[in-house]
Design a protein around this ligand. Sequence first.
Ligand SMILES: Cc1ncc(COP(=O)(O)O)c(C=O)c1O
Length: 386
Amino acid sequence: MTSEHLQGFATRAIHAASPGNPVTGAVIPSIDLSVTFGIDAPGNPSGGYEYSRVGNPGRDALQHQLATLEGASHALTFATGLAAEDALLRSLLRPGDTVLLGDDVYGGTYRLLTGVFGRWEINVVTVDTSDLGAVERAVAEHSPSVIWLETPSNPLMTITDIAGVASVSGDAVVVVDGTFATPYLQRPLSLGADVVVHSTTKYLGGHSDVMGGVVATNHGHIAEAVAEHQSAAGAVLSPFESWLTMRGIKTLALRMEKHCDNAEAIAQALDTDPRVKRVLFPGLSDHPGREIAQAQMVRMGGMLSFELASAEHAHAFVTATSLFTLAGSLGSVDSLVNHPATMTHAALEGTPNEISSALIRLSVGIEDVEDLLADLNQALDAASSH
Ligand SMILES: Cc1ncc(COP(=O)(O)O)c(C=O)c1O
């Protein structure tokens, strides 16, 4: 174990990023925009690089930073979260294979698997991954190659016992999409998952200004297959996006603490508000996954969902907020509100996993919480009197 692995999270987030320039003394790493790198002789790259699709110093630096934070031996970054998912799935699956998919996952993941991979003879079976008995039965019945889950899930905030799923997974590769929690709050590999993926577009980048995705694992053979795909298919993260993401990650620890503080306060306020039907947040005492969340997460994160009386109320609410921007992403310093049924999860319409149109999802930012509470209060008034 190197001394780097003994340091605290915030220290690693800052120091595992690429060092500055020893020649100029710059404390911030440069961005190597070069597409190609001169080599000494064919097959002998002097500086370790030949062509930026295959490898770039900035992407390597970010991959090292992410692997260090995730407790992984390998991390590979891609142009978006879905590009990372696509590369991983193509590396793990063969026609005829079955994927056991959590019944509450990002709509784009569902669409990728059922739409794109469905055309290549991949079977998708959905299961409530928070029910270990159901997972065990589905593994026995379908012998899946991959079990794919989110915890907390998007948008229902369901908590899955990662170690529990790993213990009943049979031969399947267990993949956790950890986008909502980030490695600051939860490290799935240490709980028995084989692979963790993130949309780095969200909390890791953290400012709604750069897209990206990562696959991290301790399995060399999986990393090798994904790296081959990364190089062969080429949906890589660019040098500038790698640099921006690396910069964002340096403040992840600070940002996540404030996201958690604000989300806790908002969940408590909504939970006791008679205008709100129910609140889904693992930090609330009546959340069914609370105990598991407390055991496998450091804090509960900045995401929460809640339900109003009807779709009409929800529509009036999401068009009445002002600090919470109605937008389809999450994990940024600025607060966002989302209507999953018609936005992020529209792909689920008409399926058994369709999201209620009375449900609203909040990505709680790091603004002053009193201002956020005031904005939510006036939007609830607007929804009640619509
Ligand atoms: C949980 C989760 N996973 C994956 C993705 C896909 O990431 P990207 O938009 O970077 O492709 C998203 C996007 O919203 C997400 O919320």
